[in-house]
Design a protein. Sequence first.
Length: 496
Amino acid sequence: MAGALTLAGCGSGGAGSMSSGFIQGGGGGSGNQTSLKRLSADTFTNPESQHATEVEPGLASFNMTLVTAFQVGRMFSAGASDIGFATSTDGGSTWTHGLLNGITMFQGGNYLAASDPTVVYDQAHSMWIIASLGVAADTDTVIVSRSADAKMWSTPTVVSTTPDADKPWITCDNNSNSPFFGNCYMEWDDPSPPGNGLISMSVSVNGGLNWRPALHTTDMLAGVGGQPVVMPNGTVVVPIQSADGMHMQAFRSIDGGITWNTSVTISTITDHLVAGGMRTSPLPSAAVDSGGQVYVVWQDCRFRTNCVSNDIILSTSTDGIVWSVPVAIPIDGLTTSIIDHFIPALAVDPATAGGAAHLALTYYFFNNAACTLSTCQLNVGFIASSDGGSHWGTATTLAGPMSLNSLPNTMTGLMVGDYVATVYSAGQPRAVFAVAQPKAGNSFAEAINTTVNALPQMHEAQRPVVPADRVVTEHSDHPPRQFYDLDNEHPIPRKK
């Protein structure tokens, strides 16, 4: 078992200790046995939530410090009882954790729920920032919580003023030679009318304390799930799923967020509808290397006959405008595999670049894409590359198998998160993800976990990516998205 974990009690911040649980790896990938460390536990008891559940972690690192934030006590309708956090100051060996105060009514705030946490470190201002969504009856609001030590967090600061914000994502320019060093950038969309998925971008120049009025792209782009990354020269690139889920797009700013250029199309999206009633969407996961190459991955079925399952596919760009034709990451064989891969989280070692860039990818998978609610077994996988994504090592199973009845339900399916998270810390890959133990009666046992040890970085070139000329499918096996948001609250009008 992993070592003891300090627990903060709900509300009072009281502490206790417990041994962290783990599910052994295996049943896919290389079959390695991986010990896991549980980082937190849902101690809320409010009847609005499904307890004990934790989902959808974000993660950031700086030097030896890692900070993850996640939903605690997931509700069926939207959001959770609060946003939890866990912090390691020794590269992931030991962790402490707690809850963000002042957001929800269950933790000293006024919002009905909280959702969509992401984390960033602002090097110029020595400030950790957790962005999240405060959920109210008629409007959702992008907010930030700030901390100098990643342990004591401020009450939230409001960022958005749009009617009903959704899916925020934050990044900061930590490139000391950039003309915009210290700028932090927040992206979100508003699925409510008349915005209908309109993307907003806001900038902070003082460590997230204040935020400029929101701006939009020149072409007034609509979409969901954008992930801004900053190139070493200060250019901000934002890959994002189109509002109808049929294209992966991107836009950028070259002037520190004063203007946001017209969007470009990275690729069409051709994705398989994941079985078992899982809540997934082909949202992007993006990262950038020290040379300025931007990498984006998403789940896609174009390399599978009749779109029977998803691979994780990869596209790159050196300027955010021209993108490479997507290739498939070779997690398993194309002709014989029946595995379905989804919810990817990509990281790039910020000390590497180009053909020597180190990439790490965490994802969920089913061993059988044609499984059902009662037969699907959910697993967490990992794979890495040490040559800029041209070749990849052997996939490793980090957690699973998990039965789907051990996951909380939402308006759009069973949930581990719309995203998970992978980062590099001191040159080593680290990941956080939701793991569900079997239910005890009506009580869930889903918590955010990490691996006890750093993840393996592949150094020998092994399997090459699957090239674009192996594409065999042009269409998804389901209609375009019917809603602007992932909670199915704001329908997209049907074309006549």
